[in-house]
Design a protein around this ligand. Sequence first.
Ligand SMILES: NC(=O)CC[C@H](N)C(=O)O
Length: 202
Amino acid sequence: MSATPVIGVLALQGDVREHLIALATADAVARPVRRPEELAEVDGLVIPGGESTTISKLAELFGLMEPLRARVRAGLPVYGTCAGMIMLADKILDPRSGQETLGGIDMIVRRNAFGRQNESFEAAVDVRGVEGDPVEGVFIRAPWVESVGAAVEVLAEHEGHIVAVRQGNALATSFHPELTGDHRIHGLFVDMVRAKDAAGSL
Ligand SMILES: NC(=O)CC[C@H](N)C(=O)O
């Protein structure tokens, strides 16, 4: 086990750089991941926000879809924000034709759910497991979680809609903590990666 976990950011499309900075601030070694060989070398993976249909198409094109699915199934810690949350959903309510997800969290997600009322907004969100003040949630054409299975822990809601969840080694938020300078959620994820590493080396 490495003392400082190596965490990849899926760098096909979206706000990759902000996640790399947030992870480095949260005490991880952060690297972009574009190729299966790079994926093989990380202890955890962030899937950024962007456009889930584009990320899904590029993942197919780069030969990453199956390696990603295999690693997530094998328990790789993953954290998806916004479009990344959609990628981790076992089911999307309103997929574009041909849109694929990796799955990993037993949830049904509605794309652009908040977008119809309000393209983009910020709101204070209380997240279970994050100490102190609520986090500033930045929602950009954000999805929400319509429903979850029994194994999924709901970590946060906004106006009655689920916006943060965890199932085992997979974490997902509708909003973008990488854009706020508050890196507590990245810290939570880095702790998940460390805990997995520790369990794996016993
Ligand atoms: N900020 C975002 O990641 C937006 C997600 C986008 N609406 C999608 O469906 O993928």
